[in-house]
Design a protein around this ligand. Sequence first.
Ligand SMILES: [Zn+2]
Length: 206
Amino acid sequence: MAYRSGKGDGRFDDLKSASAQIEIGHRVAYARQVHSRTVIVVDSAGLAGEGDGLITDNPEVILAIQVADCVPIFVAEQDGGARGLIHAGWKGSAASIAGEGIESMVSQLGADAPSLRCLLGPSIQSCCYEIGEDVAEKFQSRYLTECGGNRYTLDLHSANLDQLIDAGVKGENISFDRRCTSCSGSGLHSFRRDGEKAGRNICYLG
Ligand SMILES: [Zn+2]
């Protein structure tokens, strides 16, 4: 598992050049990310189609997604068999893509949910993730903190944690990197902070 930071707008050129730099380009599978709840089973490198979750049990394939505030969710079986990498922004989180990803690993790859290990990677955290009522109404109140003027902050990590547990993952097998992409000073890219000129954090799982 690794993060790479690439300049640019998150299209595939940066992903390809970053992957080539660390000499894994020929093994990397990626998707056209559209903030959906679509999970794709992949068995080879290259563009896998349109979706926001990639799962595989092919040890040769390295999964890759690009994020700039959304939560990257890394999933792996203890014995290194099935793996999944999920892109969960507010739309994907509202649509339960994390749960869909786990259920797909179970139904498509025969994974055992209680033995899956998950890592929720750096994303925008509630310190910086202010949203309006239009987004807030899609989430249960326990993930929201009111901050006045019909504005709220949203805790994406907690929303995704609960989806993973509801899908059968054990809480003790889930860990977090709680660095905030916007304010932690970690060098990670943030769309909220940098707007259209933001780069993307490229996440790999191999
Ligand atoms: Zn923050």
